[in-house]
Design a protein around this ligand. Structure first.
Ligand code: GLU
Length: 422
């Protein structure tokens, strides 16, 4: 008999992740036991901890680290500092990491972590204190063989350096492989900082080739101008695409003739609002999502394309830079409208692929040149793209369903062949 013990989902991200999984499980004909294993996260750690603030008071914070599945290798996934972090959101993001690693065939399970905090409201010293204390709290479940965090929304290479240093201080030796996305000077790899954006470039190139759309002059709109969206926009512009719109969490900027993305890059670094940048008309995020472009790249938050705004979407292709930007309801409507969606677990996998390369280099104490990193990223992500397209054609399903079938099936195979212990 299968007994379900975990409470049912509250958050939208988790509902989306579970709906996507259930659809794949139906298609694969998974039995109830296997579904139960894969619907639930294997380990969930919640931590509440104090941080000494600059004004002498003590702040109390809550963080999580969730490992969804370990069947294919150590848990892997980013760490988010954001006020909207919740246990359900972290669970969803951890589950997506499992399928993401599986679909691009790198030997990891899925994990995610987060702290409920607005990092912009902390001083550098407070951010370091919070990071070191959180790292200590979760040190009982992370490590190069167990679970390897990486940057995500609100965290960066500096945060990863503090985590690596904290764990190393506890252990008494430098444990570079405990996190990825570190600065190159502290065991990071060349190419990691721009890896997710570069992966998106390769995916757009493959999509253009597959569907016979010339990339030269193809119009692109990017929602989100952070470490993923800004890099993708810049690399796509350099590759000859016409980036007509980009936006940040406030508003966006639009120019039918194409934006000078290089000139906008400082906005990504110093987080100055795009709404104040010259070179185009101002648009809301809603207007950006409705632009008639060849490629729309949502590279910000979950749940951006949903039942209520999907009718306005006029792009030919959506390439998901964010995790979970499209709800299942919107997905179905996009399919009816003939809009192709290249799903997050494939399209934004460049980050975790190069994280894998960083981890391999750390474990071997042997570092590669940037060209080698980018070439290998290209090889891994284009092979995954072709595997997903082949699956979509073979089963007559969408690219998301195909990616899910491929990813979920790899995890199922590993689980079956390993068996149930004891
Ligand atoms: N946070 C990124 C993601 O969502 C990267 C994870 C990693 O490198 O482990 O894929």
């Amino acid at each position: 008999m299968v007994v379900e013990t975990q409470a049912e989902p509250a958050s939208d991200a988790l509902k989306t992740a579970l709906a996507q999984f259930d659809a794949a499980a139906d298609c694969l004909g998974l039995d109830e036991g296997m579904r139960m294993v894969l619907r639930h996260c294997k380990r969930e750690l919640a931590v509440h901890f104090p941080v000494r603030m600059d004004n002498g008071t003590i702040g109390e914070f809550t963080g999580y680290r969730v490992q969804h599945n370990l069947a294919r290798g150590p848990a892997k996934g980013g760490l988010r500092y954001n006020l909207n972090v919740s246990l359900d959101e972290v669970r969803a993001l951890a589950m997506w990491m499992t399928w993401k690693s599986a679909v691009v065939n790198i030997p990891y399970g899925g994990a995610k972590g987060g702290v409920i905090v607005n990092p912009k409201q902390l001083s550098v010293r407070e951010l370091e204190n919070l990071t070191r204390r959180y790292a200590t709290e979760i040190s009982i479940i992370i490590g190069p063989n167990e679970d390897i965090p990486a940057p995500d929304m609100g965290t960066d290479a500096q945060v990863m350096a503090w985590i690596m240093d904290t764990i190393s201080m506890h252990r008494g030796y430098t444990e570079a492989g405990v996190v990825t996305g570190k600065p190159v000077s502290a065991g990071g790899t060349l190419g990691r900082a721009e890896a997710t954006g570069r992966g998106l470039l390769y995916i757009v190139q493959e999509t253009a080739r597959q569907f016979g759309v010339p990339l030269q002059g193809a119009t692109v709109a990017v929602q989100g101008f952070g470490s993923v969206g800004a890099v993708a926009a810049q690399l796509l512009a350099r590759a000859g695409a016409k980036v007509v719109a980009v936006s940040d969490s406030g508003r966006g900027i639009y120019n039918e003739q194409g934006l000078d993305v290089d000139a906008l890059m400082p906005c990504s670094k110093d987080r100055s609002p795009l709404s104040e940048a010259p070179g185009g008309d101002h648009v809301t995020n809603g207007e950006l999502l409705a632009l008639p472009v060849d490629f729309l790249i949502p590279a910000a938050l979950e749940g951006q394309i949903h039942e209520r705004n999907v009718d306005s979407v006029r792009a030919r292709f959506i390439v998901e830079g964010a995790n979970g930007p499209t709800t299942p309801e919107a997905d179905a409507i996009l399919a009816d409208k003939g809009i192709f969606v290249v799903p997050d677990i494939l399209a934004n996998a460049g980050g975790v692929i190069v994280s894998y390369f960083e981890w391999v280099q750390d474990l071997q104490f042997y570092f590669w040149e940037e060209g080698e990193v980018n070439d290998r990223l290209h090889r891994v992500i284009t092979r995954a793209f072709r595997d997903v397209v082949a699956m979509a054609e073979q089963r007559g399903v969408s690219l998301r369903e195909a990616a899910m079938l491929l990813g979920v099936n790899r995890v199922v195979e590993a689980t079956r062949v390993r068996g149930i212990y004891p």
